[in-house]
Design a protein around this ligand. Structure first.
Ligand code: UT7
Length: 329
């Protein structure tokens, strides 16, 4: 039961300064700028400094979201970081972020749903606000994927980038709610399609496993591709129906940025014209949980989203997990 509604009080994002181009990747693995651009849509991605962990990337995005909401860190009472590349397995990255930010009054945790993490986080955060337990919840999607990339594997190293996006969710009167509908899903039969095989309790790290780079991302891209488009479209249709909204009422579809061909197919199958499907994968690559808030922040800051606009967010990723959300800005 909801006691309150929820609004987005502010949004912010951040990417590390260093840009890694396709041309540079050509010197690292057997690939070409042409292959990367035509198969994925990616031209460049941002890579964090060695001394810039996930929480530092998250913190820059969080500061910008707080500034946009005109709030001080101590006014946040819950921090939720969606990431699969947290600072450490223990403690949770929310605590590192809390300390960096000085959000001394915030309970803090992290959660992991890979590329769908931000939509999962929105649903969790919004319900924490609606239930009345928390007034202001900071939801951050943040990744330092470069730390788990095998830089000798051309199948994966050309795809990913680092970055973060954050929103402040704030209590509103009951009946006033920015999150009209959310549909989440998962299918644990496919855990092996996208994974870091070692480094967890199933296969703790050994020197041998590290030498085999078993702590790095392994992906069956082609298999994921097939499942991604269907799952994102199905979740989107369900969320639209639950929200009582038709696809033509949507101002922007903001899909997770994993592959331009996936993004285009999702737009096509949903019947949304190309110019309403936001794309920035060319500049950032796949930033997993950061990709949707990063894209949304760009749209908001460039004045391309107006108050009252309807947005459809949709994501798909390791797990497998997926989700869609209809947002009224
Ligand atoms: O973030 C959420 C989860 N992830 C995704 O949604 C990713 C979904 N998958 C994809 O985006 C695509 O499957 C990829 C971009 C990963 C791969 O594209 P693809 O068109 O599915 O290529 P493929 O894996 O079928 O490989 C085609 C060929 C292979 O060569 P052969 O076996 O045909 O000789 C690969 O070895 O392309 C080769 N290849 C490359 N060639 C040049 C794979 N990576 C590269 C590369 N440069 N970087």
């Amino acid at each position: 039961m909801s006691s309150y509604g929820v609004t987005i009080a502010g949004i912010g994002s951040y990417v590390p300064e260093r840009v890694l181009t396709n041309a540079e990747l050509e010197t690292m693995v057997e690939t070409t700028d042409e292959w990367i651009r035509t198969r994925t849509g990616i031209e460049e991605r941002h890579i964090a400094r060695p001394d810039e962990p996930c929480s530092a990337i998250a913190c820059e995005a969080a500061k910008r979201a707080l500034a946009a909401a005109n709030l001080k860190p101590e006014e946040i009472d819950l921090i939720l970081v969606a990431t699969f590349t947290g600072d450490k397995t223990l403690p949770n990255t929310g605590c590192y972020l809390q300390h960096r930010l000085g959000a001394v009054n915030a309970a803090s945790f992290s959660m992991e749903a890979a590329c769908s993490g931000f939509i999962y986080g929105l649903e969790v955060g919004a319900n924490m606000v609606r239930s009345g337990g928390y007034r202001r919840v900071l939801v951050v999607g943040a990744e330092k994927i470069s730390s788990v990339v095998d830089w000798t594997d051309r199948n994966t190293c050309v795809l990913f980038g680092d970055g973060a996006g954050a929103v402040v969710l704030q209590r509103a009167p009951l009946g006033q709610d920015c999150l009209l509908a959310v549909k989440l899903g998962a299918d644990g039969r496919y855990t092996e399609l996208l994974q870091t095989p070692a480094g967890g309790s199933l296969q703790p790290l050994t020197a041998e496993l590290v030498a085999q780079r078993a702590n790095c991302i392994k992906m069956e891209g082609r298999e994921i591709f097939k499942l991604a488009v269907n799952a994102m479209c199905d979740a989107s249709r369900t969320a639209l129906e639950q929200a009582g909204v038709t696809a033509d009422q949507i101002r922007w579809v903001i899909p997770h940025q994993a592959n331009l061909r996936i993004i285009s197919s999702v737009g096509k199958y949903l019947g949304v014209p190309e110019e309403k499907v936001y794309v920035n994968i060319n500049r950032f690559g796949n930033t997993s949980a950061a990709s949707i808030p990063l894209a949304l922040d760009e749209l908001v800051r460039s004045g391309q989203v107006q108050s009252g606009d309807l947005l459809l967010l949709t994501a798909f990723g390791g797990g497998l997990t997926w989700g869609a959300a209809v947002v009224r800005w």
